[in-house]
Design a protein around this ligand. Structure first.
Ligand SMILES: Nc1ncnc2c1ncn2[C@@H]1O[C@H](COP(=O)(O)OP(=O)(O)O)[C@@H](O)[C@H]1O
Ligand SMILES: [Mg+2]
Length: 295
C-alpha cells in the first residue's frame, strides 16, 4: 500500500483492507478478565490486568501498543505458551493452555518476530517441522505437504533445499509463514510480520497475507508497528495500554480515541511520516500534511 493509501484510509476507511466479517461471526479467541503476572513475591509484576478481547472468525485484528506493553505475551497466551494468573483465554472453544504442543500447530499458526527459522535446517525441513514432530505421516507425504505450502507462499521448488542464511528477509518471512500454516490452522498469529522488510517486500508480504486470508478463510491476529501494514490489512485495531485493551474498532475510528499512546502512534512524528504523501507522488492532496513537514 502506498503512503497515499494510508492517508485515504484514515479519511475514508480502509480502501485495500478486507471487509470485516459480520458482527455475529463466531468467536475464535475469547479472552476474559486476563491477568498475566511474571515473577514471584515482591518481584511479581503484572503485564495484563483484567484484559478482555474477542476475535471473530474472518477478522484480521491489528494489535498495537507501546514497546513492552505485553503484545507478544498476549500472542503467547493465545498459543497456550504463557498461562493466565487470572481469567481465561479460550481459542476455538477450548482453554488455550490445554492445547499442548502437537495440538497447537493444527489450531494456531504463529509467525514469530524475526522469522525464527532453524538455521541448521533447510527451507523444506523448516516448513515440515510440525508434521515431522507429529510423526504420523510417511516421509514423502510430509515433503509433498511442505512443497505445497512453499508454493502457496510464492516460493519455488528450488528454494526447498536452501539454507535460511541464503534467503532474503522477505523470503524468510514467507518460509516462516509456510511453516506456520503447515497443519492448516484456522487461526494465524503474526508478531511484527513486516518489521525489517524494505517497503516493496513489505507490500508484497501484505498482499500475500491478504490473499491467504481470503483463500483459506483465516482469522488473523497481528502485532504491528507499521501503519502501512495496519491500514492495508486490518479489519479492526485493538490498542493495548494500561495492561488491557483500552479500545478497539475500525482503524479510522480508533485514531479518534483520546489517549496519549493513540495520538502519538497515529499522529506523532512517525505516524505523520507514514501517512505523508510519498516523494514520488507530487499530486497527492496536502490535506493531512502537518506544519513543517516535508512534502
Ligand atoms: N518469560 C518472561 N518472564 C518475565 N518477564 C517477561 C517474560 N516475557 C515477557 N516479559 C516481560 O513482559 C513485558 C511485556 O513483554 P512483551 O509482550 O514482549 O512486550 P511487547 O508489547 O513489546 O511485545 C516486558 O516487560 C517483558 O520484559
Ligand atoms: Mg513484542
Amino acid at each position: 500500500m502506498t503512503r497515499d493509501a494510508a492517508e485515504d484510509a484514515i479519511a475514508t476507511g480502509p480502501a485495500a483492507a478486507p471487509e470485516p466479517p459480520p458482527q455475529d461471526a463466531p468467536p475464535v479467541v475469547e479472552i476474559r478478565g486476563l491477568s498475566t503476572v511474571f515473577g514471584k513475591g515482591d518481584e511479581a509484576f503484572a503485564v495484563h490486568e483484567n484484559l478482555d478481547l474477542t476475535v471473530r472468525r474472518g477478522e484480521i485484528l491489528a494489535l498495537v501498543g507501546g514497546s513492552g506493553t505485553g503484545k507478544t505475551v498476549l500472542l503467547r497466551q493465545m498459543l497456550g505458551l504463557t498461562h493466565p494468573a487470572k481469567g481465561s483465554v479460550t481459542v476455538l472453544g477450548r482453554p488455550a493452555a490445554e492445547m499442548g504442543r502437537a495440538g497447537a500447530a493444527s489450531r494456531v499458526g504463529m509467525l514469530f518476530q524475526h522469522g525464527a527459522l532453524f538455521s541448521a535446517f533447510s527451507v523444506l525441513d523448516n516448513v515440515a517441522f510440525a508434521l515431522r514432530e507429529q510423526g504420523t505421516l510417511p516421509k514423502d507425504l510430509i515433503a509433498d505437504a511442505a512443497m505445497v505450502k512453499l508454493r502457496m507462499v510464492g516460493l519455488k521448488p528450488e528454494h526447498a533445499t536452501r539454507s535460511p542464511s541464503d534467503l532474503s528477509g522477505g523470503m524468510i518471512k514467507r518460509v516462516a509463514l509456510a511453516r506456520a500454516l503447515i497443519m492448516d490452522p484456522p487461526l494465524l498469529l503474526l508478531d511484527e510480520p513486516t518489521a525489517g522488510l524494505d517497503p516493496n517486500s513489505s507490500d508484497e508480504f501484505c498482499e500475500l497475507l491478504r490473499e491467504l486470508h481470503a483463500a483459506l478463510g483465516l482469522t488473523v491476529v497481528m502485532v504491528t508497528h507499521d501503519l502501512d501494514t495496519l491500514f492495508a490489512l486490518s479489519t479492526r485495531v485493538a490498542v493495548l495500554a494500561e495492561k488491557r485493551v483500552i479500545t478497539s474498532g475500525p482503524p479510522q475510528e480508533v485514531t479518534r480515541f483520546e489517549h496519549p499512546f493513540i495520538q502519538q502512534f497515529f499522529l506523532g512524528e512517525r505516524g505523520r511520516r507514514a501517512m505523508a504523501p510519498a516523494p514520488s507522488a507530487p499530486s497527492a492532496p496536502p490535506a493531512a500534511a502537518a506544519p513543517g513537514q516535508e512534502a
